[in-house]
Write a protein that binds this ligand. Structure first.
Ligand code: PA5
Length: 448
């Protein structure tokens, strides 16, 4: 049994039954391609069986490193970009207090992030903040050569070295990278850092169940065993031999693909909980980088309701009709807040007295679903029964599996990212990196 359900009550009328059936049978074929590893990018399908194949020894090793980080440090700086940090951040933020910066986690270390952009002020402030703090680093890069994390690592490593000397680095620097290649692997071997390996057959955005995600999550004090167990439950459920209409991933992928076919080119992920904002960031990367190629692909966007109902709500209700929504609903709250009676009812809210804030949210969700679907925005619903490690493991694995099916239905390779290279090469050329001289000439000619 999983804790996730899919509901199409506000999308059904937009998709003719025969089209849905056609898409469901395409989804079953796409799923077979995924499971038999016979499609494009099949050298990157290690993530499909990952939940059931992770060994207790691998998890134990990650937990031991996390304990050592917790023992030595107050802060852990996770250095990585894209798939090398978003999975961990999605889980950590979904489970952390929104006021963590005011009341640091008592369970684990407080996680800070670096190397996910090139902003000078951010990195300067981070270095200044860490000057007198006790911290460790987990540097994560599969290629080991990505510029943003490499720059942040150089800056932070030199601060650590100044504070603790070369010897002190051993307990404080953990690297997660390719088993053999890349500058990070070479440097880690030279310094003797504890190094975790990203399997060859798992790409960045599908890697939250490798040490890429697991080490920061464990260091932050969350249960990686429960996370993996959740993913395992979902893996078993999605691989079961059932009709595509009874398979959650096939249903979601079929609706997405049918709506795209009907001209809905943008999918807006909606959450009513601010702590899911990085789950949505992770989801955007997963689908955007997997599907957006060859002139095709649904554009993944996200909004935070009810906040954005007072801004983007206007567009969603009434703007160009090329959008569909996928609404994540969390059916329970960890802490109930009740609205009480006010004798003079001066704020006019006594009609809500006795209700929980969660009840108010549920009606806001329903009212918005009715309004947006009436405004010709098909709305798909994903309900989870709560938020914990196990449910997040289910949810993220479900999205990965759907993305694989969806990409194959679209006719693209969901496991490469050729488009990401173009900006990198131009940046290298403009910065004067060796080997990019010809490209630099071309760019400069282009600018004339
Ligand atoms: O999903 C992906 O493949 C990308 O987002 C990468 O994770 C990202 O570009 C970082 O790459 P690397 O881990 O090689 O530094």
């Amino acid at each position: 049994m999983t804790n996730l359900t899919f509901n199409d009550r506000f999308a059904k009328r937009f998709v003719p039954e025969n089209l849905l059936q056609e898409k469901l049978s395409e989804s079953a074929k796409a799923m077979q391609t995924l499971l038999t590893k016979s499609g494009a990018g099949n050298e990157f399908l290690g993530w499909v069986d990952l939940p059931s194949q992770i060994t207790s020894e691998e998890l134990q090793r990650v937990r031991e490193a996390a304990e050592s980080i917790q023992k030595h440090s107050e802060y852990l700086v996770v250095i990585g970009i894209g798939g090398s940090y978003l999975g961990a951040r999605a889980i950590i933020e979904a489970l952390s207090s929104p006021f963590q910066h005011l009341e640091p986690s008592k369970k684990g270390v407080t996680i800070l992030y670096a190397g996910h952009h090139l902003d000078s002020d951010y990195h300067a402030k981070l270095l200044a903040f860490l000057e007198n703090k006790n911290f460790s680093i987990n540097v994560i890069s599969k290629s080991g050569t990505t510029t943003e994390p490499a720059i942040a690592f150089r800056l932070l490593l030199s601060l650590l070295e100044r504070k603790y000397g070369k010897q002190g680095l051993k307990n404080r620097v953990f690297s997660t990278t390719d088993r053999a290649k890349g500058a990070l692997k070479k440097l880690s071997d030279e310094y003797g850092f504890e190094t975790f390996t990203i399997p060859d057959d798992v790409g960045g955005r599908y890697s939250f169940l490798t040490p890429v995600g697991l080490l920061p999550i464990a260091a932050a004090g969350f249960s990686i065993n429960q996370l993996v167990d959740g993913a395992k439950t979902m893996e078993k459920n999605l691989k079961a031999n059932v009709k595509p209409e009874d398979n959650l991933a096939c249903r979601y992928a079929s609706y997405r693909n049918a709506l795209y076919f009907l001209g809905k080119k943008t999918e807006v992920m909606v959450s009513y909980q601010p702590n899911l904002s990085f789950v949505m960031e992770w989801w955007k990367q997963l689908f955007g980088e997997s599907e957006g190629k060859g002139g095709k692909g649904i554009f993944p966007a996200s909004v935070q309701f009810t906040t954005d109902l007072h801004s983007m709500g206007q567009y969603l209700q009434d703007g160009e009709r090329t959008i569909f929504e996928t609404v994540i609903q969390v059916d329970s709250a960890k802490a109930d807040v009740y609205l009480t009676e006010k004798p003079d009812d001066s704020d006019g809210l006594n009609y809500l007295a006795g209700k929980k804030l969660l009840d108010v949210t549920k009606q806001a969700i329903l009212g918005t679903l009715v309004a947006h679907s009436d405004g010709n925005v098909p709305c798909l619903e994903l309900n989870v029964s709560g938020l914990n490690e196990e449910i997040l493991g289910q949810l993220l694995y479900f999205f990965e599996f759907t993305c694989g099916i969806s990409g194959y239905m679209l006719g693209v390779n969901p496991f490469d990212q050729p488009g990401v290279e173009d900006y990198k090469n131009n940046m290298f050329a403009l910065l004067g990196k060796n080997g990019f001289e010809e490209r630099k000439k071309q760019i400069l000619a282009h600018l004339k």
